[in-house]
Design a protein. Structure first.
Length: 78
């Protein structure tokens, strides 16, 4: 008896469902208009929100830096 290996050439089809819902464009009634005009208030609100996020990030970074400096000063004082 000879031991022969048979290699199948069938394609394996993946049955997994790829959830791409996070890539869909959100349907915000506020931002979508039928006339395709740009509303300056929406743009200003978006800019304000981004600025608030940047300010919060900067505040957290400054707080952590100052805490690090205080802890280092306390450790070095002993």
């Amino acid at each position: 008896m000879s031991s022969e290996k048979v290699i199948s050439t069938e394609k394996v089809i993946s049955t997994e469902y790829n959830d791409l819902s996070h890539l869909k464009t959100p349907n915000n009634n506020e931002e979508v208009s039928l006339s395709r005009r740009v509303d300056i208030n929406i743009l200003l609100n978006r800019a304000r929100k981004e600025k608030e996020k940047e300010n919060l990030t900067n505040l957290v970074f400054a707080g952590l830096t100052s805490c690090l400096i205080i802890v280092a000063a306390i450790i070095l004082s002993f």
